[in-house]
Design a protein around this ligand. Structure first.
Ligand SMILES: C[S@@+](CC[C@H](N)C(=O)[O-])C[C@H]1O[C@@H](n2cnc3c(N)ncnc32)[C@H](O)[C@@H]1O
Length: 221
């Protein structure tokens, strides 16, 4: 791949303009960049998109070929069956535009899944929230959540935290609302209600590693 790329660029007289960085895209520190055009491995879609949109680079756009189902989740709106935390977190800081579907039959050899091209453009105005509270990999949290919750707090602490959560939901008028149907504005309002009640959704991993008593969120009573 690298050889072919170098050859093509050299043939067109742009050899001096290309630098190939041969590193794990999830671990490498990206240099300053303006545009991303990538056919990424679908297995790292979630952490890579999170790295792009929550990273420090102020890029213009990322045109990505993604697994079709993943692209649908990024494009989903409140109330859609695909709408989930990933869509909320990405759309909070970026606009996602659908470009086209690409059939699995367009590849040789034919993969098991269909694909879609989307363009992700970071928003100029980011809501004034602590973004650490939004940035978290879906799969990581889903797989860790249960163990973490049960291993790091007593039943009494868990029950008092649950009561606090219910109190915040009731006072904000969110008791009967389903998260998957909430707009960004309402989700941000809910986040600010939690924050005002002293519930901050961050540092989960650090607290876990430090062995502190903590919940899915930290709560200062
Ligand atoms: C879907 S293929 C695309 C290949 C090529 N860009 C193209 O369009 O034909 C994804 C490529 O990413 C590479 N890859 C897998 N995991 C990676 C990672 N963590 N960081 C960077 N590249 C990775 C794979 O080896 C594979 O070559």
């Amino acid at each position: 791949m690298e050889d072919i790329l170098n050859k093509r660029v050299a043939e067109r007289g742009f050899k001096d303009k290309l630098t190939v960085i041969w590193k794990d895209a999830l671990k490498a520190e990206f240099p300053q960049f303006d545009l991303v055009v990538a056919n990424i491995p679908y297995g790292i879609s979630s952490p890579l998109v999170a790295k792009l949109v929550y990273g420090t680079n102020h890029f213009r756009s990322a045109t990505l070929l993604l697994q079709k189902e993943f692209a649908r989740r990024l494009l989903a709106n409140p109330g859609d069956s695909e709408f989930n935390r990933l869509a909320v977190n990405v759309k909070l800081v970026a606009d996602v535009e659908f470009v086209m579907d690409v059939s699995r039959r367009d590849f040789v050899p034919c993969p098991k899944v269909d694909s879609s091209v989307v363009i992700i453009r970071p928003k100029a105005d980011i809501p004034k929230v602590n973004l650490d509270e939004c940035e978290e990999d879906d799969d990581e949290r889903e797989s860790e959540g249960e163990d973490f919750y049960s291993s790091s707090c007593s039943e009494l602490e868990a029950s008092s935290f649950k009561e606090k959560i219910i109190e915040v939901l009731k006072s904000g008028g969110f008791e009967d609302k389903r998260p998957s149907k909430l707009s960004h504005e309402l989700l941000l309002h809910l986040l600010s209600c939690f924050n005002q009640a002293g519930i901050i959704f961050h540092d989960q991993t650090e607290q876990k590693n430090a062995g502190n008593a903590a919940f899915a969120a930290s709560y200062n009573s």
